[in-house]
Design a protein around this ligand. Sequence first.
Ligand code: HEM
Length: 492
Amino acid sequence: MEILFTLFILLLCLLLYFYNKYVYIFDKNLKDYPAPPQVPILGHTLDFVSGKGFLDVLLSYTHKYGDIVRIRPGPIRQLLLTSNYKLFEAVLSNAKITKKSADYKFFHRWLGTGLLTSDGAKWKKHRQIITPTFHFQILENFVDVFEKNGKILTKQLEKHLNEDSVNVYGFVNLCALDIICEAAMGTSVKAQENMNSEYVRSVKDLLDTLMGRIFSPYKMIDFIYFFTEDYKKEMKALQVIHSYTRNVIKSRQAAINSGEFEQKTKKNFLDLLLAANEQQMTLEEIREEVDTFMFAGHDTTASTISFALFCLANHPDEQARVYREQKDIFGDDFKRAVTFQDLKKMKYLEYVIKETLRLYPVGPFFSRELDKDVPFAGKVLPKGLTITLFIYAMHRNPEYFPDPEKFNPSRFETFDGKMPFAFVPFGAGPRNCLGQKFAMLEMLSVVSRVVRTYKILPSIPRHEINVAAQVVLISTNGMRMRFEKRSEFSRK
Ligand code: HEM
């Protein structure tokens, strides 16, 4: 009896501790921020399982309650959903707020604690080692990789010329996978030509299972997830992907040891990492970083290129302007390979890609967890709080982007950077996207190749996209358009 009583008291103390830590202190500090109606214990969880879609739920909160909203997506967790400029600035410009929120844990089995998912000393050390490998000059090495795979993409699309409606996303996704594999590891998985290869299938399976987990209220819980078919599928895919990466690392390391590396003029990220490493990272840590590039650098560019092509298909005047720019750069020799210098000249196409990223940011929101109290606007944001930066809503704020729903690339001609946190598709501050320059060059190269080869037209019937937040922002019903071969010297 005495033991039971002691256990009861211990449990009570534990509950009081958690209540005080996560509920009382949060409520006390955040009470002035509005919160949608919630149910006891579950908070707002039911809204997220209502079938309405994550992005739509968050948008409805923002529209109804303003640019800082208090949300409780479970019994103890609280977060502030924000599209408030000052709060964006306070979080993103603070070099001490670098901790990722708990949501990133789903990626740990694949990426371990690589750059995207790590925190603290490990993240800082690895970021320092890896940053020089993304230097703009080094990126010149990859122009051939973009060119080669962009060309294969146009060949794949050729098989669908004059069809009324082609869903471009699958084709672009395989192209982006080929590019990142070659750039990150120097190996060619030939995804575009052989989409049934074991590696390509495993990447797809892994992304599918991750997505299924993040948005399922029960698969989120480890104990339940371990008994699902998805778990088995994930483990099988991980085995294939990890052993592929490990084998490539081993053979690269052997090449370096044999002196072969010195003679190589075009080095991939893995070569550069191994060379810069000087025993600071273990081979397993290098594996985590290479897998991180594979993940962070694949669906992201695929989604943006597809949205950009969709926008061009549906805005013929903008496409004509991009095409004119291509004419100015390539003259009548549209078939020649693109160079690094050419890509730097594609200013208008860059505005098109930026405008695409404004309307369709790949990561429509991302979060930080505060590891200390942070003063903000006369209040204290308590330690442990998750701040979810709602990029999608920020990018559609008419104060910074007049007529925000309109696809208008020209707005970037005069976007002067005075409000740097209003446009942050690549994040900002110490944890910004390491691959952003690489990504921009890749996207310029691939879109340029498609526009030079084909006139992109709206599908028949015209396609309405259904935008949703999955692992990245995508259109759940595909991105449909039509392609028409351009005549050699067409000026339209
Ligand atoms: C359209 C393309 C891309 C977009 C919009 C994008 C966006 C982002 C964003 C928003 C973050 C910050 C996430 C957060 O703070 O939680 C991020 C981080 C990161 N991205 Fe990208 N990304 C793109 C392509 C790439 C590519 C091609 C690579 C690599 C080749 C890459 C590598 C990374 C890495 C390593 C990080 C983690 C940086 C750190 O935490 O230190 N990304 N990206």
